[in-house]
Write a protein of this length. Structure first.
Length: 450
């Protein structure tokens, strides 16, 4: 039985800007649900929208399920990857709480790089580059096979920790690895921790995210988005959780062709079907395909089993359909009966982050938000705490500014205008969404395709 507007209680798991965007989208829903949150920290933006809020580990499922049951949750949506990897969806379903987020077995699409590659290979799904998995103990006993593979793909390989590593488990030739010995050293480092790893062919092209709502049978695709991982302008500096994102009004990206979008959607659909066959259960949640457009078509970089951050901020800001209805449909496998629509607007998201981020970020600085922002902009709080009524940064991505407009240029301008009113020892990437940066992406793909 679907709960009525008066008794819908929705649990949000997680406490970053992604979960703030989820909370805002749920709060906009016509049923006006009651929201509760279990996060790893207290996010003031989320707390303002919730009737109950608990803080605890994202890597232990039982307390999350107990909190949900105690507060009578009728639906749950899981934001981060860690609770998915430890089976929080399993625990919530076992407690009788329908959940948006895959079970532990299905979440291997993110928690194991080798599982994903092997799934595509087994079910004949296009998009795989060359890959080979190495077991830690076998590699430590004999480095011969790995050395041969690295030499075969000399200067053109990527090494990935097979499991979740918080964005620190991937190294790429040319960016992080500059010799065979450096590649071997990174593999030895992973193996010494007991971690299996995957060696993949390095792809050249432009990355994009194609994320889909999925109930295990039906997929509803979201607009394509491009993330910017590097900390500094011009795509320089260390990798981060993502400094910002943009999406275009036509729901594609300026450097993509229509067949790139079609191919990415098709891969998501085939992967959802393969997961159901492989795991014997439907994938009910957010299926995030991280793709690269190359001269040879669309290739898969990785899958995530949840919304990306910052991609989620663009997408949920643009979502016109009722988010509670979508989440409820995912949980009951009724997505085919729900209309999912997004505004035909461009969006630009830019993160304001503390000086020194990501390697040695400042902490404890006051975060002063603008008293008024344009109606076409939205703020989402990330690594922020509230101390004696004052917002302070806690050392990671602090505030996300999302602006929408008819064109990317107009949205980018609004985002910059809002960020200019946020003072303090913070910085952002001013080039995200600009004509110059996007033209470089277009030129890059033009060169590759001709």
């Amino acid at each position: 039985m679907t709960p009525s507007a008066s008794n819908e209680i929705i649990l949000i798991v997680g406490s970053g800007a992604r979960e703030h965007a989820i909370a805002e989208a749920l709060a906009r829903s016509s049923p006006q649900p009651k929201l509760i949150c279990f996060g790893s920290a207290r996010n003031p933006g989320i707390a303002r929208l919730c009737s109950s809020y608990a803080v605890g580990s994202m890597s232990i499922a039982a307390p999350i399920a107990a909190f949900a049951k105690e507060h009578g949750a009728t639906l749950a949506i899981i934001g981060p990857e860690a609770p998915l990897a430890v089976g929080t969806a399993d625990a919530l379903w076992a407690a009788g709480i329908p959940t948006v987020g895959p079970t532990q077995s299905l979440a291997r699409i993110e928690s194991s790089k080798a599982f994903t590659r092997e799934l595509l290979a087994k079910y004949g799904i296009p998009g795989n580059p060359f890959f080979q998995r190495f077991d830690a103990a076998e590699f430590l006993a004999d480095e011969g096979d790995l050395t041969a593979v690295l030499r075969q793909w000399d200067g053109q390989h990527v090494i990935k920790d097979d499991g979740l590593a918080g964005g620190k488990g991937v190294k790429v030739c040319g960016d992080h690895l500059h010799s065979l010995e450096e590649s071997l050293a990174f593999c030895r480092e992973l193996a010494a921790l007991g971690h299996p790893f995957v060696v993949e062919e390095k792809l050249e092209g432009e990355e994009f995210s194609l994320i889909s709502f999925c109930d295990g049978r039906t997929l509803a695709h979201m607009p394509a988005v491009q993330d910017h991982k590097r900390a500094f302008e011009g795509d320089k500096g260390p990798n981060t959780g993502g400094m910002g994102t943009y999406s275009d009004a036509d729901h594609s990206l300026p450097f993509l062709r229509a067949d790139d979008i079609t191919a990415a959607r098709k891969i998501n659909e085939q992967v959802a079907a393969a997961l159901a066959a492989e795991c014997g259960a439907p994938y009910q949640g957010i299926l995030y395909g991280g793709f690269m457009a190359t001269r040879d078509g669309v290739r898969l970089i990785e899958y995530n089993a949840r919304f990306g951050d910052p991609e989620c901020l663009n997408l949920l800001t643009l979502l016109e359909s009722d988010f509670v209805a979508i989440c409820r449909a995912i949980a009951r496998q009724g997505l085919a009966d729900v209309t999912v629509e997004f505004s035909q607007l461009a969006s630009v998201c830019k993160y304001v982050v503390p000086e020194g981020y990501p390697e040695a970020p400042r902490k404890g600085d006051q975060v002063r938000l603008p008293e008024q922002i344009p109606g076409s902009a939205q703020l989402y709080l990330g690594a922020v705490d509230e101390v004696d009524g004052i917002l302070v940064g806690t050392g990671s991505r602090t505030v996300a500014v999302v602006a929408t407009a008819e064109t990317l240029a107009a949205a980018e301008l609004v985002a910059e205008q809002v960020i200019a009113t946020i003072p303090g020892p913070f910085f952002h990437r001013a080039d995200i969404g600009t004509k110059a940066l996007i033209q470089r992406r277009i030129d890059h793909m033009t060169r590759l395709r001709h």
